[in-house]
Write a protein that binds this ligand. Structure first.
Ligand SMILES: NC(=O)c1ccc[n+]([C@@H]2O[C@H](COP(=O)([O-])OP(=O)(O)OC[C@H]3O[C@@H](n4cnc5c(N)ncnc54)[C@H](O)[C@@H]3O)[C@@H](O)[C@H]2O)c1
Ligand SMILES: [Zn+2]
Ligand SMILES: [Zn+2]
Length: 390
């Protein structure tokens, strides 16, 4: 089959590789019909995530049709059309029983758990196509993919909805939703959202549904800010406006009630702290650039909440912990517990309340993946979201 493989920093190729096979009784093989490139894939593309190996198959946002099933999968049939959550979860462990599926104890194989435990104390769930520390599973930017724990990891979708309408249930729609949920929004709140990428876009739309009165989107890509404005957000271009002064002014000095960091470890911009982080990264002295998290902590109103869907990879420094503690802030974060949100968000798609396909800017064949990665990184204004179609 053809598959998108990581060969090193900024080196992604479409190669011919062996087809996946059923390994365990709870597996399914899915023939992929649509798969997307995520902002998280850019962290891999930029070589920021440890334990990638040359030849790893990428992709964790995908859907398709079941073409083979393990002997113990009783709730699926060959031919079912399914969306697959990017977090791999057993459905039975302590964490899965609490619907904390991105923290599943069983999906990351033991050897890989050892690496994760050394870095993080404990291993989260495995993810598709996202390093050996997080499972080493082949991803879904491919013609076929093996889905472990398919009985909980394949979500059936109705035939009358198109791939474009349901594909993002795999990741970024639940991620935007959980980001808003984690922000503890109360009716009438003002919410600041850093990053108007796909995650920020869905966080904005979800926050309005949860009762936010004002949302302020911060980015430096005019096209993405325009998309946020279409959803009703006010916008700040951080290249031309002083973000901290603007947030203070527009909230009468109090600060936004809720702050969402939908940027993560690779903040852009020429702020002095970000330049220092970038320099340290370049010589291997730092893993992350937490400029946005710093801004969010200082900007947030006293007693407010910071929600952080943006991914961080390692250690961060110069965090204003004094402000965090003395202002009594709350921080909530995590890889998304995708399984928990698929059914309720599908219902909102069916009712027309959420229209996930509005963020798609490009639909391209799988063979175009190398150029699509490059464009999604370097031409972010035009390339809001790329779907690879098979
Ligand atoms: N928690 C999860 O489960 C989960 C799931 C999916 C994605 N993510 C993470 O969410 C983040 C966003 O994902 P995405 O797909 O939207 O990525 P993306 O790269 O498409 O978008 C990020 C946006 O942030 C903007 N940005 C950069 N620096 C900024 C700054 N200083 N201030 C304001 N905006 C800034 C960029 O211009 C860009 O538009 C990534 O870190 C990704 O890894 C997390
Ligand atoms: Zn993703
Ligand atoms: Zn589990």
């Amino acid at each position: 089959m053809r598959a998108v493989r990581w060969h090193g920093k900024k080196d992604v190729r479409v190669d011919t590789v062996p087809d996946p096979e059923i390994v365990n009784p709870r597996d399914a093989i899915v023939r992929v019909t649509s798969t997307a490139i995520c902002g998280s894939d850019l962290h891999l593309y930029n070589g920021m995530i440890p334990t990638m190996q040359a030849g790893d198959i990428l992709g964790h946002e995908f859907m398709g049709e079941i073409v083979a099933l393990g002997s113990s999968v009783g709730n699926l049939q060959i031919g079912d059309r399914v969306v697959v959550p990017f977090t791999i979860a057993c459905g039975q462990c302590f964490f899965c029983e609490k619907t904390l599926t991105s923290l599943c104890d069983n999906s990351n194989p033991a050897d890989n758990q050892d690496i994760a435990e050394a870095l993080m104390g404990h291993s989260p769930s495995a993810l598709f196509g996202y390093s050996h520390m997080l499972g080493g599973y082949a991803g879904g930017q491919a013609e076929f993919v093996r889905v472990p724990f398919a009985d909980t990891g394949c979500f059936k979708v109705p035939a009358h909805l198109s791939d474009d309408q349901v594909l993002f249930l795999s990741d970024i729609l639940p991620t935007g939703w959980m980001a808003a949920e984690n922000a503890d929004i109360e009716r009438g709140d003002t919410v600041a959202v850093w990053g108007a990428g796909p995650v920020g876009q869905f966080a904005i739309r979800s926050a309005f549904l949860m009762g936010a009165e004002r949302i302020i989107a911060i980015d430096h890509r005019p096209g993405r800010l325009a998309l946020a404005a279409e959803a009703g957000a006010e916008t700040i271009d951080f290249e031309t406006v002083d973000v901290m002064a603007a947030l203070a002014e527009t909230t009468g000095g109090r600060g936004p009630d809720r702050c969402i960091d939908a940027v993560g470890m690779e903040a852009h911009g020429l702020a002095i702290d970000n330049i220092a982080d970038r320099t340290k990264q370049a010589v291997g002295l730092a893993t992350d650039r937490p400029h946005v998290l710093r801004q969010a902590i200082v900007a947030c109103r006293k007693g407010g909440t910071i929600s952080m869907p943006g991914v961080y990879g390692g250690l961060v420094d110069k965090l204003p912990m004094g402000a965090f503690v003395n202002k009594g802030l709350t921080l909530k974060t995590g890889q998304t517990h995708v399984h928990r949100y698929m059914q309720p968000l599908l219902a909102r798609i069916e009712s027309g309340e959420i229209k996930p396909d509005v963020i798609i800017s490009h639909r391209l064949p799988l063979e175009d993946a190398p150029g699509a990665y490059d464009d999604f990184l370097n031409r972010q204004d035009e390339f809001t979201k790329v779907v690879l179609q098979l």
